[in-house]
Structure formats: C-alpha cells, structure tokens
Design a protein around this ligand. Sequence first.
Ligand code: ADP
Ligand code: MG
Length: 702
Amino acid sequence: MSETTTQGVKSVPDYFGCNVFNEETMKARLPKNVYKSLLKTKQLGIPLDADVAEVVASAMREWAVEKGATHYTHWFHPMTGVTAEKHDSFISPTNDGKVIMEFSGKELIKGEPDASSFPSGGLRATFEARGYTAWDPTSPAFVKDGSLYIPTAFCSYTGEILDKKTPLLRSMEILSEQALRVLRLFGNTTATRVTTTVGPEQEYFLIDKKLYDQREDLILTGRTLFGAKAPKGQELEDHYFGNIKTRISEYMKDLDEELWKLGILSKTKHNEVAPAQHEMAPIFTTSNVAADQNALTMEIMKKVALKHGLVCLLHEKPFAGVNGSGKHNNWSMSTNDGQNLLDPGDDPKDNFQFLTFLAAIIKAVDEYADLLRISVASAGNDHRLGANEAPPAIISIFLGDELQQIVDALESGKMITENKDKEFVIGVEALPNFPKDTTDRNRTSPFAFTGNKFEFRALGSADTISCTNYILNTIVAKELKEFADELEGSKDFAADLNKLLVKTIKEHKRVIFNGNGYDDSWIEGAKKRGLPNYVSTVDAVAHYTDEKNVKMFEEFKVLTKPELESRKEIILENYSKIINIEALTMVDMTRKQIVPSAFTFSKQLADAMVSKKEIGVNFDAEKKLADKVSSLTNQILEAVDTLDSKLIDSKDITDAEANARFFREYVFSAMQSLRAVVDELETITPSTVWPYPTYTDLLFRV
Ligand code: ADP
Ligand code: MG
C-alpha cells in the first residue's frame, strides 16, 4: 500500500506526513497569496473563492501525480457509518489521441456522486437522487493506493445533510462562537477562535486470518455468534499492558509507519484487557481532522493486518465472555491564543473561567444525557454498555475528589467574592493542579474529567467519532450561549456569575457520580436521581427527536427536524438489518455446519456401539454421550426453527421503530437461546468433528 519504502531507511520525521498535502507542502507549492488565503479559510472557516481553488487544484494534482496517483476521489462520510469513495482518473484526452493529467478547481470543490444508494432515512425522494460532495479544506487531502483523497461533506441537491461531517463542522463553528462570548466576559480579547480537540483511543482485536476464514459468522458479521468459552479468559489479568508478541509488534510497527505517512499522530500502543486485544492512541487534534483520521485509521488497521496474515476485528463485541472494544473520546476546547479551556491553570482568574466552562459541561451532560447515549447507540455497542466492562448506559460525570471539593465549595455560594478593587476573587488562592489521569482512575464512568480534558468512554470501537462530537459540541455551545446571554449585560459580574454557577451546580449535580458505575446499586441510585437509563439502542434512539433536542439542533442550525428524523430512522433500520444478518447467519451455520457435525458425532458413537456390541463389550459410555448429543441436537433444531419463524414474523412489521423493537425483544432472544444449546454441544464434541475454530484457537493462537 505504500509508495515509499521506509523500512529502516528514513527516520520518522523525514517521512511523517509524506502522503499528505499538508501545510508544509502547500507552503512550498502554492503562491504566497494563495497559500495565505487558503490558510484563512482553514482557520476561520470562510469559503474559498474560485480562482484560489483553481491554483490549489493544480498544485494538488501535480503533487499527487508525483506520488504516483492517477485518480482523485471525493472521500465522504455517509450515514452508513463507513467512508465512501468514487475514483475518477486525472486523464483528459488531447487532439493527438494522447492524454494529459488534469484536475480543475471545480472538480476539487464539488463532486456529484449518485446519492440514491446511500441511506437517507427518507430524506430524498427517489426522483431527486442526486447528491453533491463539497471539499472540506480544514482537513488535509492525502494520497493512498494511487488516488488523491479529498475530504468532503455530503449533501442532497436540495441542501439536506446526508453525512456525518457537515454537522460536526457546524457544531465546531457554533461552539467557537459561544465560547468566545464567554471568554470575552473574562477579559480575553486576544482569542479569535476556539477549537474542539479530540484524541480517540482505538481498541481492536487481531486474530489469525486462516482461522477467521473458517468462520462464517466472523466473515459476515464481524463477531462470533457461537463459541463456548475458552478454558482461559482474561481472569489472570496477564494481557493488559503485557509484553507484545513478535507477530503483533511487527504489525504495530507497520501500522505506525502507514499512519505516520498519512500524517496521523499515532502515539501509544499496548495490549488490552482481553486476550488478542490491543489499543492504539493518537495525539489529539482538532475534532474534524480527528474524525477523518480515525476513519482512516480503522481502514489502515484492517489493511495492514491482512499483510501480516491477520484480521483486525473492530466490532464492539467479537467474543462473548471477554471484554469488547471501545473508543475513548478524549475531548477538550482550546483557544487560538494557546489556552486549553479545561486546564484549570495557575492564575486564580483562569480558575473562574475554568469553573464556568465546567458548569456549562455539567449542565449540558445532564440536560442532554439522552443525546450522548444516542451518539453511541448501535447493535454492536449494545453488547458492551452496562455489561460491566464498559460504562453503563446511564450517562453520568466523574469529577474526582479534588474537583468535587471545589464544586462543593462553589455550590455553597461562598466561593466567589469581590475584593476592594472590584475584582472577583475565588475562595482559594488557586485551584490545585489536578493530577492528570494516567491510569484510568475510574474506568466505570462514561464521562470522566481527566485533569485537562473529559474522556467520554461509551463509544463503540467500530463507530465513527463524528456523531458523539457534534452532539457534545452542540450541547456545550447551547449552555455557553445561555451563560453568555445571562451575563453579558451584568452590572455586577462577580455576583451574577456566582449566582449562575451556584444555581447550575444545584440543578445539575445529580449527573455527577464519582462512585462505581459497574455497581448494581447505581442503577437504582441513578433512577432515584431521575437520570435516564436507556439500555438498548431502540430505547435510546426513540428520544432523538424529543422536542427539547429538535429545538436545540434547529436553534443552532446543526440539524433540522427532518434530518433528525432521518437519522433516527437510519439508526433503527441499521439496527434491525444487523440483527437480521446475524440471525440469518446463525440459521445458516446451524443447519449447514453444526447439525451435520452433530450427526457425524452421533454416527461415530453409534458405530462404536455396534462394534462393541458385536464383541460383547459394554457400550454404556457411548450410549450416554449419544443420548446427550441427540437431545441437544433436538433442542438445537427447535431453537433454530423458532429463530427462523421470528425472522418471518419480522417481515410484517413496517414501522422502523416497531421493527427494531421486535428484533430486540424476539429475534435477539431467540438467537441467545440457540447459541446456548450450540455452545453446550460444542463442549462435548471432539474438535476433529466441530466445524469451526474454537475460542481457544481464535484468542490464543495468534
Ligand atoms: P489513558 O489511556 O490514560 O486515557 P492515553 O494517553 O492512552 O491515556 O490517551 C489520552 C488521549 O487523550 C490521547 O489521545 C491524548 O492525545 C488525548 N488528549 C490529551 N490532551 C487532550 C486535549 N486537550 N484534548 C483532547 N484530547 C487530549
Ligand atoms: Mg483512556
């Protein structure tokens, strides 16, 4: 996949970002004025003019062709949850029957893919199936596999949003606007932009490709639908941070190299809790670039694995009985004058500012917990949330002891006073320097303060981070706006700020929970506090279009009501489709592989009984086992028929929500019943007869 060999030849700084049309390349290849105006577009989010686009396109093409590219593609994030690309070559015919390589500004700025085959949740009428892609100059273009990739947004011709990038970009704009208003209140006159930053930690499994190929469930669904527990799991806690097998470390080295060439700041790698599970964390960057790079990372992870005879599983729950995979979304806001707004800072004055942003976040998470839950809702992630390996489906905030004390003091109302110079002062000299979280102090909280950022831990490993981040940005922007509206006209800022913060903490402290989120008592506790607990995707997604949510998204023009409705429908349909595929795969495997294997085993036992009878030897053991196999096989046949009939019933339900609920309540439980008997049969069947590799093979033979 790589154009340049870097193995042992070049040092990392030499090849880092070599396949990216980054600022350095632009500076070197663009006329100064063009470079400057492009930079402005990137930093201020203002639209690009056509002349500039022409020059940029030509420089991009020249650079890409030098890198071996023959094609370009508008790369976008439709609602499928995976990226999409359609490649056009640069060739353009000349009069003498030859070709030249061309790429115009228009082609750079706008593409017109046929949108009819992408999910729209009923937004586009089929006669208006055209969509268009628009260049996002804030995320750098790159060369991969012989094509120039141009990050783009994807809309319908009538302007409806059909992707995950557009709302993210909009949410970043509005957050910047509102955060600046709050910063001005604290006397900041230098910052002109606030950007949200994200560092997504990515978990994954690696298994042997030869074993993977023998399992229809892994091939079709990305997870094992059957499989008895291996004698060993993760109970010895010997895998987390354990030494890395040579084969895996070679993979990780190769992965780092590929990511670095694409300008992705891959930083940390280690083994995770479950056997065969690992993690990669990049250094954080702006949200939209982080979202693009995370999508790219997932793709590269899978491709590099194949080169090593491995398969990278990004599914949230590839194996029952051991931990699934998530994606920790480390999130903060920073100013272009160099301030991390979630870093309490040393100056007491900054502390107020910090506490104000903190209060806005607490309020946002409390009021829009449902949206945060929805942002991580998927069939795959339903296996994790609340299963004592990932945070519960209840959204709460962890502050930690140090910060909790400050918040308590704040709530008492005595924290902020005015001194004789009419300056506001805080009850303590300066906030303590909170210890930065290096060891996951509280892994059980979905939304944890970790020293200078919040870590949202409920995201699934296979999901894009876009949805979580546009929701997070929008809800925080909404609260910042409320704060700014209230304080901007204030005659006595210290007193009014104090009042506002006390009120906010009082009203929203119910969302703060520093205890053990895995504890069963928390479910009761959260209920008493009135916090929502949407256990499944179906329960959660129904609230996407609740009035308060529609109102907020429309107020900030992030998404319209029809767009939210379409998103809801897409998630529900996707949920039903995934469970449908999983169920069909189980039926197929059961009838074509598992039951025939059971018969093979039965026959072996029957043959042994016949032989033993002939020579007068007791065959009680064989008989006992044969009876057990027969009885389990009968149960399997019944369970598979039940599952099949539920699938037939589901076809009559046309409403997306009712259908998803049916899949959750009836199909999914029929799948679990079938799995239970099949897994039991696996434990008594010889491995020579069993049709697919076992958990021991998959998890320990890498
Ligand atoms: P841990 O496993 O303890 O959570 P890691 O070092 O694996 O810690 O991950 C921390 C992540 O948080 C990294 O991706 C890091 O770049 C990111 N991060 C650090 N500071 C910020 C910030 N200001 N904004 C967003 N992400 C950040
Ligand atoms: Mg973490």
